[in-house]
Design a binder for this molecule. Structure first.
Ligand SMILES: CCCCCCCCC/C=C/C(=O)SCCNC(=O)CCNC(=O)[C@H](O)C(C)(C)COP(=O)(O)OP(=O)(O)OC[C@H]1O[C@@H](n2cnc3c(N)ncnc32)[C@H](O)[C@@H]1OP(=O)(O)O
Length: 194
């Protein structure tokens, strides 16, 4: 675990986010491989350490829209299937924002079907992180409101950049967004699930 934390700090500072993409079977023969689907989620897996670095890369503020959430879920599935992958560091490729949380426009003026699909993707994101077999670390290198905080909470460990300007918290109630029932019951009433 100490090694993972050191790795997290080192990777968070060095900020490698090259745009070299390759398919898994071919890449698996190398010590280090990278993949992403649509460049919103960059993944760099270091087979020598077993640690994957996942960077959200959706400027300007890493909004979590349906596309990004879907890509996130696919990336998590790929890592879970990699037997060499033991740990995951989740961070941002941006300089001052981890993620601004859910894209409010995904909930505004959309059809009930779209909103349902969107919230299903939010739930999937949480399940993938919270239920992951990997050791998960959120390296929070910037602002992290709403679902950014949720992502961090779903990880096993959290490290936040030491900068008084950055904030993290569940501010969505100020926007009139209520935390979904599946999240509240599991996070706040764990006895129901034990
Ligand atoms: C127990 C567990 C229970 C857990 C219960 C958890 C339930 C989960 C429910 C989660 C709900 C949410 O996440 S709700 C979302 C919560 N997030 C927020 O409130 C984010 C508010 N945003 C910010 O504070 C700022 O944007 C911040 C991140 C600090 C970055 O500031 P900057 O000055 O760098 O950038 P800005 O100019 O503000 O933003 C750039 C552009 O992005 C837009 N933008 C910013 N945030 C946006 C957003 N969320 N949705 C849509 N658009 C957004 C802005 O309008 C700008 O658009 P243009 O003007 O067009 O360029």
């Amino acid at each position: 675990m100490a090694a993972l934390l050191k790795q997290s700090a080192r990777l968070g500072l060095s900020g490698r986010h090259g745009q070299v993409f390759c398919r898994l079977p071919w890449a698996l023969s190398f010590q280090r491989y990278m993949f992403n689907a649509n460049k919103k989620i960059l993944v760099e897996m270091d087979k020598s350490t077993g640690v994957a670095l996942m960077k959200m890369a959706n400027p300007p503020v890493n909004l979590l829209n349906l596309e990004t959430l879907t890509e996130f879920a696919i990336s998590m599935e790929k890592l879970e299937l990699d037997k060499d992958c033991k740990g995951l560091i989740l961070t941002s490729s941006l300089s001052k924002v981890f993620t601004a949380g859910l894209d409010i426009m995904e909930m505004c003026g959309k059809s009930p079907e779209h909103v349902t699909e969107f919230w299903r993707a939010v739930q999937e994101m949480w399940l993938k992180l919270y239920g992951s077999n990997l050791v998960t670390i959120a390296a929070i290198n910037g602002f992290s409101p709403g679902a950014g905080c949720l992502m961090a909470l779903a990880c096993d460990y959290r490290i936040m950049a030491d900068n008084v300007k950055y904030s993290i918290g569940l501010n969505e109630t100020q926007l009139g967004i209520v935390a979904p029932f599946w999240l509240v019951t599991r996070e706040l009433r764990p006895s129901l699930f034990s």
